[in-house]
Design a protein around this ligand. Structure first.
Ligand SMILES: *[C@@H]1O[C@H](CO)[C@@H](O)[C@H](O)[C@H]1NC(C)=O
Ligand SMILES: *[C@@H]1O[C@H](CO)[C@@H](O)[C@H](O)[C@H]1NC(C)=O
Ligand SMILES: *[C@@H]1O[C@H](CO)[C@@H](O)[C@H](O)[C@H]1NC(C)=O
Ligand SMILES: *[C@@H]1O[C@H](CO)[C@@H](O)[C@H](O)[C@H]1NC(C)=O
Ligand SMILES: *[C@@H]1O[C@H](CO)[C@@H](O)[C@H](O)[C@H]1NC(C)=O
Length: 522
């Protein structure tokens, strides 16, 4: 800890102790949903000067937003994936946009105060000065060119043109120092980028909230790096994304919120806003709160800054702070717990009453198969105003107790679906999923199709016995509202329970999305 950090921390503690103990150990986070200015012809190579001119237009917008975030007290600001250059480049047409980003684990460089150290780093310099001028930690995403270390090594994964191109997050401290560089592991149809030779587990430390881990977009669905970070005890993830929404199960706000709840972590999610590719929905998610924005159809296609005060979750930071605090003011009982990382288990969960046990011997109604997210789900319809249902896919079973509100949307069709298997479209994901969905039409064959609105309010208890502890719960209501479930628990035996009632809007999807990471490659 530097002297400066000690002073900052000390004065923060004093201010907090004297005024508002509730604000003890919290910080202000900001994410910016950016409507990028795009290159209309991404497959035509541009000279460096033209590529820079293009990126400066997006940087001008970042600059305004950084000032506004700082005005609102933000201590960390996150910009989305691809926000500076856009997308749909080829490997060669992106060349004018590339900078070579030095490894902050090897050397200390402040691009704002030492601009002459490296040529061809105008974007890094501008981002660094933006962080410094506004006195906040700043994370952005940009393309990185790295020469391969040993071109002649036959085992190396070096591309034939002698260098790598990476989709990259960069993080700057509030004085402009480059503190972290992370190369995206799980690419999603990105012709212009390479997968790094090794998965990178990258974090950076802040004086106000401790440690943050870095991931990009599609990474959020995989063990490397997301769960690897969580297993290391990282409880705050910075998540630039260019997320294409995929109802009924993987809308941006729905899934990003679900990961935050299921993993008991904070996720700072900055998405692009680009309607033609259905990219929208950003948020600041903690296990206790969600501050998010999801534009509706027809809303003007524009950016949106979100700012929220959230609790620090980093266990080491909390431990240090309470040690300091005890020394300084002999404060109340420490709040830190080093064992909070990871997932919800029975004895550590919220103290809501235990739900009624599911009986797998219930008679099941007529099942049918319908495709959801391109996977063959086994479904059963909700035919009554209230009842209990079971549906299985093989030995994996989902159980539902439900009561429909008598005054809302009684004609809307709902179904309970189960899927156990490997999703193979657009990437391999081994899954176990229980989902209660509103069907898009009045016919059973429409169950599993995309629908955004609903009128039916349903009180429910959704349960399944999972062969994984990585289960992400979501309750998505009409018009992309995410609700905080009344109760969620992952028991030690794998039984997972999601309970919710008194919805504010009609139910679109209630889901337990289980990931069987260990089976992805099989
Ligand atoms: C850009 O890429 C997206 C996603 O792969 C694709 O759907 C879209 O059609 C592409 N747009 C252009 C202009 O090539
Ligand atoms: C930057 O480029 C100029 C002109 O090509 C060259 O003279 C200079 O040595 C370069 N500086 C660095 C740090 O590479
Ligand atoms: C989640 O983390 C909080 C502290 O941030 C802890 O009190 C709680 O027990 C954790 N919940 C679970 C289910 O692990
Ligand atoms: C799940 O259902 C699908 C579609 O009916 C079926 O092909 C698959 O074999 C089932 N999975 C298991 C584990 O039985
Ligand atoms: C739901 O609302 C009803 C009626 O207002 C109330 O009695 C009940 O306690 C509420 N349930 C929950 C879980 O908030």
């Amino acid at each position: 800890m530097t002297l400066l950090h000690a002073i900052v921390r000390f004065s923060l503690i004093m201010a907090v102790v004297q005024t508002e103990p509730v604000l003890d150990s919290s910080y202000v986070a900001a994410v910016y949903e950016h409507n990028p200015i795009l290159n209309p012809e991404p497959r035509v190579p541009l000279a460096r000067t033209a590529a820079l001119q293009h990126m400066q237009k997006n940087l001008d917008i970042y600059e305004e937003q950084a000032a506004e975030a700082a005005r609102q007290g933000a201590q960390i600001l996150v910009f989305p994936e691809d926000g500076l250059q856009g997308f749909n480049f080829s490997r060669s047409s992106i060349s004018g946009y590339l900078e070579t980003i030095p490894d902050p684990q090897q050397e200390s460089w402040n691009p704002c105060t030492e601009p002459g150290k490296y040529n061809n780093t105008e974007v890094l310099q501008r981002l660094s000065c933006m962080a410094r001028r506004n006195n906040l930690y700043l994370v952005a995403n940009m393309p990185d060119l790295q020469p391969c270390p040993l071109k002649t090594d036959p085992t190396s994964s070096c591309p034939s043109d002698g260098h790598w191109q990476f989709n990259t997050n960069v993080a700057f401290s509030s004085d402009g120092l480059l503190v972290a560089r992370y190369h995206k592991q799980n690419l999603y149809y990105e012709e212009s980028f390479d997968t790094p030779p090794q998965p990178e587990i990258i974090t950076f430390d802040t004086p106000f909230a401790g440690r943050f881990g870095l991931i990009v977009c599609f990474d959020i669905l995989f063990h490397e790096p997301t769960i690897a970070l969580v297993k290391k005890g990282v409880r705050q993830l910075v998540f630039p994304t260019a997320w294409m929404n995929a109802l009924p199960l993987l809308d941006s706000v729905q899934f990003h919120r679900a990961l935050s709840l299921g993993a008991n972590i904070t996720v700072l999610a900055a998405n692009l806003r680009h309607d033609r590719l259905n990219m929208r929905g950003s948020g600041i998610y903690t296990p206790f709160s969600a501050t998010y924005h999801h534009a509706q159809r027809g809303d003007p296609e524009e950016g949106r800054l979100l700012v929220a005060r959230v609790p620090v979750l980093d266990p080491e930071w909390l431990e240090q702070r309470s040690a300091t605090q005890e020394r300084v003011v002999n404060a109340e009982s420490p709040t830190s717990t080093a064992a909070d990382s990871g997932f919800c288990h029975k004895d550590s969960c919220s103290d809501a009453p235990p739900p009624a046990t599911a009986s797998s011997a219930l008679p099941s109604s007529a099942t049918f198969t319908s495709s959801m997210m391109k996977d063959p789900f086994t479904f059963v319809l909700l035919n009554e105003a209230e009842g209990k249902l079971n549906v299985c896919n093989g030995t994996f079973c989902c159980h539902l107790q439900y009561r429909r509100s008598p005054h809302s949307g009684s004609k809307e069709l709902y179904a309970l679906g189960a899927f156990a298997g490997t999703h193979t479209a657009d990437g391999r994901l081994a899954l176990q999923v229980c989902a209660l969905v509103r069907c898009a039409g009045s016919d059973a064959s429409s169950c599993g199709q995309k629908v955004e609105e609903a009128e039916s309010k349903i009180d429910f208890l959704l349960e399944g016995k999972f062969d994984t502890r990585y289960v992400y719960p979501s309750v998505l209501a009409s018009k992309m509202v995410v609700e905080q479930p009344d109760y969620f628990e992952i028991a030690a035996d794998g039984r997972v329970t999601l309970k919710h009632s008194n919805m504010t809007g009609g139910l679109v999807t209630a889901c337990l999305y289980g990931r069987m990471y260990q089976l992805d490659k099989k």
